[in-house]
Each structure stands twice: as structure tokens, then as C-alpha cells.
Design a binder for this molecule. Structure first.
Ligand SMILES: Cc1cc2nc3c(=O)[nH]c(=O)nc-3n(C[C@H](O)[C@H](O)[C@H](O)COP(=O)(O)OP(=O)(O)OC[C@H]3O[C@@H](n4cnc5c(N)ncnc54)[C@H](O)[C@@H]3O)c2cc1C
Length: 397
């Protein structure tokens, strides 16, 4: 029988709340420590692919998420000036049939709310306004040192994001590296847009050194925008900063009129410098581990960062059912690292695919991809099987 463990999780983002729900489901007692005084999320959307939805189902948040999410019919790649569709992959029912679970679009706040509900339903305690400073392994347990005292537990799990305080306790990661990309995020209320722009699909507009991803959220009441551009350095204070919609419009000037209409309706944006790390040598030591962005920050160009955090949580909970705590963390790390590394690399490659240096190069690449998808749609879809078919509820651990 599994011993009930006392587990402290640092961070109440996607990774931390998913971890709390998954570990609770596996019979453990969980306390989540979050530095923020309240649980909030940026006003932005998220794509969740079938692998992520399977994880949500296992931890008990799938139903709540399905009730709040939109199901895109397709993903389309378009050229930035002509709007020509160079590649189209069916999602909707086709995704569910091929990959065994739906592909969803969701407001981030709705995902956090569903995860918080699942975590609390499993008995997790969430302590807000408590900042973790470091974690230490001790004989038969671990301690978390916070700005308001020490918490002792059987395990400490750091889900504290790309700026993780706990990562330094496990590895010598060096400073996070600026990826050379800046992302603008914004939401446009549907009533400010012509109906034709709100079709239920993901559109990726590809242009030189830039791309734009758009999709509707909350039953088409909002349009989500993620605009990415290359930039030499990130000099803003912190990792995100208010963005000037006029600067965004200037940066994408000359793009198709649909893009201009979208940007004209935008009144508020935020900018994120996208940072990563060299792959870490280890994610765990003794009874302390890190997961989610703390362990494997991933560029958003494959829409898998949150999905990987959800997968991590489920596999960790299963490992703790199969092994003693220290062996469980080692087995979990062995099971997860190859997939996380492959996804990190694939996301970086996608960034290079979406951004051409010059227009003809972009056109040639896009035409080749589009021809492939038209001639062999099954094969083109199959390229995503390794990402979307992964099942964290049965994957070997
Ligand atoms: C522009 C953009 C678009 C994206 N789109 C997608 C997408 O479509 N699909 C997808 O799957 N992923 C996407 N991602 C990636 C996804 O957002 C992240 O991978 C995911 O949110 C990481 O969650 P996390 O919980 O690991 O980290 P975070 O969300 O960073 O959460 C960390 C939490 O820990 C807390 N914390 C930090 N330090 C401490 C401390 N010392 N003490 C206590 N608490 C602490 C923080 O306050 C925070 O609440 C995108 C990312 C970006 C930037």
C-alpha cells in the first residue's frame, strides 16, 4: 500500500496546481505555497492538445475544462501579406478521432480555476503570500525555507516557473537565456470585430522575423492574439511589461488587412521576453524536485509548455504510487526528460519555421509544407502523433 506523504509544492501556476491535484488523487497530503497574494492569471489564451487533456481528465479537471473551452475546427498557416492558406490541418472531431481526446482553446484564468477546484477537491491546502527561498534535502525528508519560516515535509516539489528559486538547489543552471523573441499578448472583445474574423480555428500568420497566432475564446466572445517578433535583447524591467498597441501596429505594418483590423481593435497589450535554459543535468536530488517551466522552459511555438507541466504532474503521482519517494523522483525524471527535451527542441525549430528572413524564402518553405499536407494529409497529421498521442496516464515510469 502507498504511504501517505506530506508534500509541499512551491508555485500555484499550471504546474503547481496540477501537481497538487494529481498528488492528492494519489492519496498524498499537499500544501501549495504561492508568493502572490491572490491566484491570478494574465488575460490571455492557451491551446491544450489531446495529451494535455488526458492529463486533465486523470487529475479530475477535464470536465470543468471542457465546459469552458472552445474546440477549434482546424489550424491554418497563412502568409502575412496575401493571407493565402499554405497549410491546413483539421482539428475538431478529426483530432479527437486520431488522438483520442479533443484539442481545446481556453482562457488561462479558466484553466487555473479548474485546476484550483480539482486541487482543493483532493484536499490540497493553498497558502498565498508565502515566498520560497530554497529547499534542502534532509534525512528521510525535505525542508522548504520561506520568508516566513521553514516547512518540513516528506517531499518538496518546485513548480515555481522559469525564474525558479529551487532550481539553484539542484543544479547550477546559470542565468536564464533570452531567446531573441518577444511575445505580445492581447484579447479583443468580439463586438469590436467583424464576424468573419471570429471563425473557430487557430490561425498562424507567418512573416519575416515575425509571426502572429490568433484564436477565439469563451464561445467566441474574445479573440486571443499572440504576436511574436525577433529582438536583439530584452531590456525591460522583469519578464513582462505593458506593451504599447501602437508599437505593435507599427511592427506589423503592411500585413494583411485582416491583421490590421484585429490590431486596430486592440486597446491593451503586454509584452513578454521569452527566456529559456540549457537543458538541466538533473531535475531532482534526494527528496526535492522541480517540474513544469522550472525544469524545462519551452518556447511557446508548439503550444506545449502547460501541457508538459500537466503531463509531469500525472507521471510524478504515478511514480510515487509505484516506488519509494527517492526512487520515485529518479524514475519520474528518467521517464520525463527525453520527451521534455525533444519538445523543447521541436518548439525552437517551429520558431525558425514560422519566421523567414526574406519573403521568397518564406514562400518556398510554406509552399513545400502546404503541398505535403495536401498530397498526404494523413502523413502530415501523423507528424504530430508523437506529441498528441502521448498518454501520461499509461506512459512507462
Ligand atoms: C506567449 C506564450 C504563449 C503560450 N502558449 C501556450 C499554449 O498555447 N499552450 C501551452 O501548453 N503552453 C503555452 N505557453 C507555456 C505555458 O504558459 C507555460 O509553460 C506554463 O504556464 C508554465 O507553468 P508553470 O506553472 O510551470 O510556471 P508559471 O506559470 O510561471 O507559475 C509559477 C508560479 O510559481 C510562483 N512562484 C515563483 N517563484 C516563487 C517563489 N519563490 N515562492 C513561491 N511562489 C513562487 C509564481 O508566482 C507562479 O504562480 C505559452 C507561454 C507563453 C509565454
Amino acid at each position: 500500500m502507498v504511504r501517505r506523504l506530506d508534500i509541499v509544492v512551491v508555485g500555484a501556476g499550471v504546474a503547481g496546481l496540477a501537481c497538487a491535484a494529481a498528488l492528492g488523487r494519489a492519496g498524498h497530503s499537499v500544501t501549495v505555497v504561492e508568493q502572490a497574494p491572490a491566484l491570478t492569471e494574465v488575460g490571455a489564451g492557451l491551446q491544450l492538445s489531446p495529451n494535455a487533456v488526458r492529463a486533465l481528465d486523470w487529475i479530475g479537471a477535464g470536465e470543468a475544462v471542457r465546459a469552458l473551452a472552445a474546440r477549434p475546427e482546424a489550424v491554418e498557416l497563412r502568409l502575412h501579406r496575401s493571407a493565402s492558406v499554405v497549410y491546413r490541418m483539421a482539428l475538431g472531431r478529426a483530432a479527437e478521432t486520431r488522438w483520442g481526446a479533443p484539442y481545446l482553446h481556453l482562457h488561462r484564468a479558466d484553466l487555473l480555476c479548474a485546476l484550483e477546484g480539482a486541487a482543493r477537491a483532493q484536499g490540497a491546502q493553498i497558502r498565498l503570500g508565502l515566498r520560497a527561498e530554497r529547499a534542502g534535502d534532509r534525512r528521510g525528508g525535505a525542508s522548504l525555507y520561506t520568508d516566513a519560516g521553514t516547512l518540513d515535509a516528506d517531499l518538496v516539489i518546485g513548480a515555481d516557473g522559469v525564474r525558479s528559486a529551487l532550481r539553484g538547489d539542484l543544479a547550477n543552471p546559470g542565468k536564464p537565456l533570452f531567446s531573441g523573441h518577444v511575445a505580445w499578448r492581447g484579447l479583443v472583445p468580439a463586438e469590436r470585430l467583424p464576424a468573419g474574423l471570429l471563425s473557430p480555428r487557430t490561425t498562424v500568420w507567418m512573416g519575416p522575423r515575425r509571426h502572429l497566432v490568433t484564436y477565439p475564446l469563451r464561445e467566441g466572445r474574445l479573440m486571443n492574439i499572440v504576436a511574436v517578433e525577433e529582438q536583439e535583447s530584452w531590456t525591460a524591467e522583469g519578464w513582462s511589461a505593458p506593451g504599447d498597441p501602437d508599437a505593435l501596429r507599427a511592427s506589423f505594418a503592411g500585413w494583411h488587412p485582416e491583421v490590421e483590423t484585429l490590431f486596430a481593435a486592440l486597446t491593451e497589450t503586454y509584452r513578454w521576453g521569452l527566456f529559456g535554459h540549457r537543458p538541466l543535468r538533473r531535475w531532482s536530488r534526494g527528496r526535492v524536485a522541480i517540474l513544469g517551466d522550472a525544469a524545462h522552459p519551452t518556447l511557446p511555438f508548439l503550444a506545449q509548455g502547460a501541457g508538459m507541466a500537466l503531463e509531469d504532474a500525472v507521471v510524478l503521482a504515478r511514480a510515487l504510487t509505484a516506488y519509494e519517494p527517492t526512487q520515485a523522483l529518479e524514475a519520474w525524471e528518467r521517464a520525463r526528460k527525453p520527451r521534455a527535451t525533444r519538445l523543447q527542441q521541436a518548439a525552437a525549430r517551429n520558431g525558425r519555421r514560422f519566421h523567414a528572413r526574406v519573403a521568397p524564402e518564406q514562400w518556398i518553405k510554406a509552399a513545400a509544407l502546404g503541398a505535403f499536407a495536401r498530397l498526404a494529409p494523413e502523413t502530415a497529421q501523423g507528424l504530430n502523433d508523437w506529441v498528441y498521442r502521448y498518454d501520461p496516464t499509461t506512459a512507462p515510469v
